[in-house]
Write a protein that binds this ligand. Structure first.
Ligand SMILES: C[S@@+](CC[C@H](N)C(=O)[O-])C[C@H]1O[C@@H](n2cnc3c(N)ncnc32)[C@H](O)[C@@H]1O
Length: 208
């Protein structure tokens, strides 16, 4: 893309962002991202975050979801992960690492020492400019989180993960249904209409 076109596009994005009610509200309330409202809505719908939850937040930076979780989880434990840095949040431990790195699983296990109540993933692959490819890459991350959750959640634990309504959506839904008895989808109002993003809520692990 030419430099001037690229600049115009990023300016349009900035104007849109400033007009956005959730962006404004996040600034007023001191949330680090407008994404915070997506977790608020997801938790209002499914009521899954408890005061004593052992909760893992994957793809947590800049920290909106971790901020919301830390307000509710007062006697449990929260671990957040991201490839990027994240400014500290009270009562939230953070590890800067790649979820796909094989050492990450060990780091998570030694932090919690037992299986988890909640796994959240808002991971999104870096955008390439090719929407279809971006969808596939983010849904691949979602598939990895589903596999990880089937081994690391308590039997009645909850997984909430971002995914896109792309061409491989059916494959990811099939994978989730093969591992969980209850699989639901929900697109929060704070998720932009033009985005193919939705969220998966899975509970009740199938035992072999
Ligand atoms: C949409 S942002 C998350 C926003 C966050 N939920 C919040 O409330 O502020 C997606 C994040 O996923 C992270 N991410 C993408 N791939 C990752 C990976 N393989 N391991 C860890 N984090 C990853 C990105 O670095 C990015 O910070």
């Amino acid at each position: 893309m030419k430099k001037s076109k690229k600049k115009k596009k990023s300016n349009t994005w900035k104007i849109k962002q400033h007009r956005d009610q959730f962006f404004k509200k996040s600034k007023t309330l001191g949330y680090r991202s407008r994404a915070a409202f997506k977790l608020i809505e997801l938790n209002e719908k499914f009521k899954f975050i408890k005061s004593n939850s052992k909760l893992l937040d994957i793809g947590a930076s800049p920290g909106g979801w971790s901020q919301i979780s830390s307000k509710i989880v007062t006697s449990g434990k929260i671990l957040s992960l991201d490839i990027e840095k994240m400014e500290p949040i009270k009562n939230v431990s953070f590890i800067q690492c790649d979820f796909l790195d094989e050492k990450t699983c060990q780091k998570i296990s030694s932090f919690f020492g037992e299986n988890l109540d909640i796994i959240l993933s808002d991971m999104a692959a870096n955008t390439t400019g090719n929407k279809s490819l971006d969808c596939i890459r983010t849904n691949e991350l979602c598939a990895q989180v589903i596999e990880f959750s089937s081994k690391n959640l308590k039997p009645n634990g909850v997984l909430v993960s971002k995914l896109f309504m792309g061409e491989d959506f059916i494959e990811v839904r099939k994978l989730a249904k093969s591992m969980f008895k209850k699989v639901q989808f929900y697109k929060p109002q704070s998720s932009r209409n033009e985005s193919k993003e939705t969220y998966l809520h899975c509970t009740l692990l199938k035992t072999l």
